[in-house]
Design a protein around this ligand. Structure first.
Ligand SMILES: Cc1ncc(COP(=O)(O)O)c(C=O)c1O
Length: 396
């Protein structure tokens, strides 16, 4: 690493978050961590291999390509491919023993055409997201087509909450979502197989319902399978629901240089920040090309030697600047040589700066802050099992 900018991935925290799920839902019919989008930026091959050691048997990806990568690096777990596929994709899915989440009649045709022996599928229904999946009215026809089908075995039914954050409420969109979930539960019954529906928000709301001992609620209608994404990476998307999650990723860098500015001088392109006093500016080698959103220019903070300091001036492609005047006042700058900076996550003093805070300022969401962390930022794995991840990523 010639530029010391990296994303630290704490495997102990990931293991903790998985344990929270495993102990909270010991009877879940299905626990499928979502490792799509490079495991939300955390490194999909490494995390998939590690999740397998925690007893995880299913992993969710969006693209066939993502599944192929996992197989190439020796991941043995069942891989669910959520995005759909054409005929060629069907061949790859079968060849690499992945499980397609089927969302159209055309996909059923493709599988029947290419399958030489029965292929297991999950069948997805649309309950209001209006993105992918069969309409509930199609359930009967699907049942007739797939019941005792020689090429296709339906192993599970799938749906996705479009308003999971608000899944408990019975107002507005939430009322509509709950009505549709209720309807889905009904049409799923003849299939006599398990179904999965819950993302992190759904899971956290379910925990809340259980604590409140509310028995009559569509989330409790059946033992839904779980597809957690954000929460396994340590973030809770439902305000007001308590759950002991630990953040997995910290985005870090090391100060490149310090600049001494006279009052009135400006920083970075366009001179959008002007020093009100003689100032010390830390130049940090991470920029928007690394996924630190430019919209945060003059908006956000970072942790510098345990202190929150403001980001000043426009964020560049490869750099951003911090006003560290107060943090270093009266000190010799020599002591800050190679000073670590935390852009989000935890510093060595135990301070925490949340990507949720950055997301709020960037008019974004935590999911986007994590998945934005760029390809040229190395992922550094820490925790008791880090050596397993580093040493055991072998090819098939
Ligand atoms: C089909 C599906 N299931 C589960 C998830 C996980 O969602 P979350 O990260 O909110 O837990 C996603 C994420 O986008 C998804 O598309």
């Amino acid at each position: 690493m010639y530029r010391r900018t990296f994303a630290e991935i704490n495997l102990d925290h990931l293991a903790h978050n998985i344990r929270v799920l495993q102990t909270s839902f010991p009877d879940a019919p299905f626990l499928c961590p979502m490792v799509k989008a490079n495991a939300y930026g955390h490194g999909d091959v490494q995390l998939a291999r590690f999740l397998e050691t925690l007893g995880i048997k299913h992993l969710g990806v969006c693209l066939i390509e993502e599944g192929l990568l996992l197989r190439h690096f020796g991941v043995k777990a069942e891989i669910l491919v959520f995005r759909g596929f054409d005929r060629e994709g069907a061949e790859k899915i079968i060849q690499y023993r992945m499980t397609p989440v089927v969302t159209t009649w055309e996909q059923i045709d493709h599988l029947e055409e290419v399958a030489k022996s029965p292929v297991n599928i999950h069948l997805k229904f649309d309950t209001g997201m209006n993105r992918l999946g069969f309409r509930p009215e199609e359930a009967q026809k699907l049942y007739e087509r797939l019941w005792q089908n020689k090429k296709i075995r339906v192993k599970a039914l799938v749906t996705h909450l479009y308003n999971g954050e608000d899944a408990i409420s019975d107002q507005g969109n939430s009322a509509d979502q709950l009505r549709r979930l209720h309807q889905a539960s009904e049409i799923f019954k003849p299939f006599e197989i398990f179904s999965h529906a819950l993302n992190s928000a759904g899971i956290l709301n379910l925990l809340k319902l259980r604590k409140e001992h509310k028995a009559e609620h569509p989330l409790l209608l059946q033992n839904w399978g779980l597809r957690p994404g954000l929460m396994i990476y340590g973030y809770n998307p439902v305000p007001g629901v308590n759950c002991d999650l630990k953040p997995v990723m910290s985005l870090k860098s090391v100060v490149n240089t310090f600049r001494h500015l006279k009052a009135g001088e400006t920083v970075s392109y366009g001179g959008t920040w002007k020093a009100k006093q003689d100032s010390v500016i830390a130049v940090v080698p991470i920029g928007y090309a690394d996924g630190y959103h430019r919209i945060l220019s003059n908006q956000s903070h970072a942790l510098f030697n345990g202190v929150r300091v403001p980001l000043v001036g426009n964020i560049c492609m490869d750099y951003l600047m911090l006003d560290v005047t107060e943090a270093v006042r009266g000190k010799d700058l020599v002591q800050y040589k190679d000073q670590e900076v935390v852009l989000f996550g935890q510093d060595s003093f135990g301070n925490f700066l949340s990507p949720e805070e950055l997301a709020g300022k960037a008019k974004s969401i935590t999911w986007e802050m994590l998945t934005s962390v760029g390809e040229r930022v190395p992922r550094v794995y820490t925790g008791a099992d880090a050596s397993f991840v580093i040493e055991n990523v072998g090819g098939e």
